[in-house]
Design a protein around this ligand. Structure first.
Ligand SMILES: [Cu+2]
Length: 192
């Protein structure tokens, strides 16, 4: 009986200790995140405003309505997360919000993803899964773009590049940060 009581107290102390360790760990993580040091996005690099303008000028798509088409064998797509983000965060290509992107099957598609929202991150991933997307989307990426870590707070826009050789079909690009695709931060891709 007595042994059991002592064991119970010990277990309680262990639980309390473990709880405080978890608490400190969580605080530590928040501290790292707010300091912008939680970096796994080795693909991200910083760009000044003039560098961003130069990258935007390389997009070789043609915008018509809500569609941006790339007819050539090399498609250069510049996807931006613009500032401000109101009412919802969104992607922009050729000044079209969350456009449908059209490519030729087998083309070399060179994406440049630019996050202009300094201090908050967005992801860019391509999937075959169709909307609606839940609050916490589980992505099986066709093209693994960025991961979910915030890019460093460098006072610059952050960008990353990916190349894709798509097969014919229907795809979607989306931001996998919880809630973003759910609120509409995605667009369709048609490859034919
Ligand atoms: Cu986002």
């Amino acid at each position: 009986m007595i042994g059991n009581c002592a064991g119970g107290r010990r277990a309680g102390r262990v639980r309390a200790l473990w709880g405080s360790v978890l608490g400190v760990g969580a605080l530590f993580q928040v501290g790292i995140a707010s300091a912008g040091l939680l970096v796994r996005t080795s693909a991200f690099k910083g760009a000044t405003s003039s560098q961003v303008r130069a990258m935007l000028a390389r997009d070789n798509g043609t915008a018509h309505g809500t569609i941006v088409s790339y007819h050539g064998s090399v498609a250069r797509v510049v996807v931006v997360v613009p500032q401000p983000e109101f009412p919802f965060p969104r992607f922009e290509v050729q000044h079209v919000d969350n456009p449908t992107l059209e490519f030729r099957a087998g083309a070399t598609v060179k994406f440049t993803f630019i996050d202009r929202v300094m201090g908050f991150s967005h992801s860019f991933q391509i999937t075959r899964k169709a909307p609606p997307f839940p609050m916490f989307p589980k992505i099986q990426p066709v093209l693994a773009g960025t991961d979910l870590s915030p890019p460093p707070r460098s006072g610059k826009s952050m960008y990353a590049k990916f190349t894709w050789h798509p097969a014919a079909g229907h795809y979607y690009y989306l931001c996998a940060i919880p809630g973003h695709a759910h609120m509409g931060m995605f667009g369709a891709i048609i490859v034919k």
